[in-house]
Design a protein around this ligand. Sequence first.
Ligand code: AMP
Length: 584
Amino acid sequence: MREEVIENKKLKTEPNLRDYKKICETFSWKLAEKEVAWFPNKKINIAYNAVDKHVKTWRKNKVALRWIGKNWSPDNPKKETRDYTFLELSLLSNRFANILKKLKIKKGDKCFLFLPRVPELYTSFLGIVKAGAVAGTMFAAFGPCGLKDRLQNSGAKILITNGELKKRIYKIENDLPDLKYVIITDGKTESGHRFAEIDYRKEMNEASEKFNVKKMKPDDHAFMLYTSGSTGKPKGVIHSHKAILVEHMTSKWVLDIKDGDVYWCTADPGWVTGVAYTIFGPWSNGATEVVYEGRFDPEIWYSIIEKYKVSVWYTAPTAIRMLKKAGDVYKKYDLSSLRHLCSVGEPLNPEPIRWGLRAFGLPFHDNWWQTETGGILIANYPCLPIKLGSMGKPIPGVTVGIVDDNGNEMPTGKVGNLAIRPNWPSMMKEIWKRPKKYKSYFKKNWFITGDLAMKDKDDYIWFIGRADDLINTSGERVGPFEVESALIEHPAVIESGVIGKPDPLRGEIIKAFVILKENYKADKKLENDIKLFVKRRLAGHAYPREIEFVKALPKTKSGKIARRILKAKELGLKIGDVSTIENY
Ligand code: AMP
């Protein structure tokens, strides 16, 4: 392997964060406990840590959230922007927690958010967690199938949404017996549904600004997100209040958040990054954050950085590749406020890093984690040289191993399963209602991540690929099984096999091999119709951009679709062992 190493000379990390080796030697999670806020008797609340603790300090009137609406434009920047101080976030979330109290929401009850990136998403999320309930998030792009899987499995009692999105819930309401209330943030409520609709604005006006934040045990549940597996329905990953330890420390170590920073994480809270590194870690460090409601657009993104003087920027490889594709646009903007760039979600190849250096004079620092880990676990640190293409090194307090399929550690330089020594503070607590699935993650005192990786002689970790069939398209994790399930609901489809196909822009795209029923003609019109069908049912990102009509699919003798064979054929690779495969 040809190694290319660079250093970020512009970044001035605090002296006590500079010596990675020394921190690793001296650090323990006991020390991190001193950096977050506790109630008496070792009780804690992760949302209190994010916001309320600052209200007792000089940060009380500091801007915490600088919200930028989807219709924002650089020519009219005052339109569609709103600032919220830590005090305002605290009081608004108190009001929301009081609404939940009135609705008799108890500790552990699941309350889900189905909203675009509007301020109510953030204040309600905080309110839910302050009330001791469990906050769940869902992308606004989800269609009825994606929503049903999540709301049904979680047994959500409350859903917070808007007048536009609620129509998708009407389509599945008969399948959601646990859903008692739907809170509508922006308009009129209706009656005649299985649940009661509640007017958010009216209730918020009436609710008290005072709320006694629930004092929780560190292991009590705080938030949950659904993530795809290679088989079965999406899994409900539950996290606890003590996840703040990892999220707080990594926001410091990896994102290098300081009081003077304006921080922008481009992730939506439907994905764990938009929760842990918008709502929890950076706010816990007192950051001023930018949240942009709109979609990706190079001109708008650069305008936001210029106008609001973003200094720390946390984004994803697909976005970086798309910015690169937009060419020299960045030259029109003054982006000199940027001082630290980070990336997560998919492999960050060397070329986008080199481009970042050309465009911003700064390298993107790749880091690795997943929904289940609750926080960044492997990172390129501001203080360490970057080996281009590597994910960096483990965070202090965490042990990373490369193990074989039996859980035995492998020698340096060998590819194996990326594994973590269990019980770091933000390790998932449960896969909701699937204890066997939860157990299946652990082998010989290792947590097996599902990724393949290699460790080099300097302890840098290199991502090799997924050990399963999971697809990573534009940073979103999609299980082939969900897409196949949606495909076969289309009247023309008998069976399908779905794979991730490498793509220069999106990392991977979803490709489906489809067998049609006899009386259907394989043409462009039908292809587009099937794509739209899946997009509407699952989510905007989870549909096959490519469809190939086939007469048969390779299967294992036990009848499972052999996606490995489909993929090998698609990529022109060796097919490997076919002793158990039919129809290949
Ligand atoms: P999710 O739980 O949706 O965030 O997906 C987590 C998965 O995304 C990981 O298990 C990896 O497969 C992939 N991933 C996350 N960060 C990186 C990274 N820095 N490099 C390569 N793959 C990554």
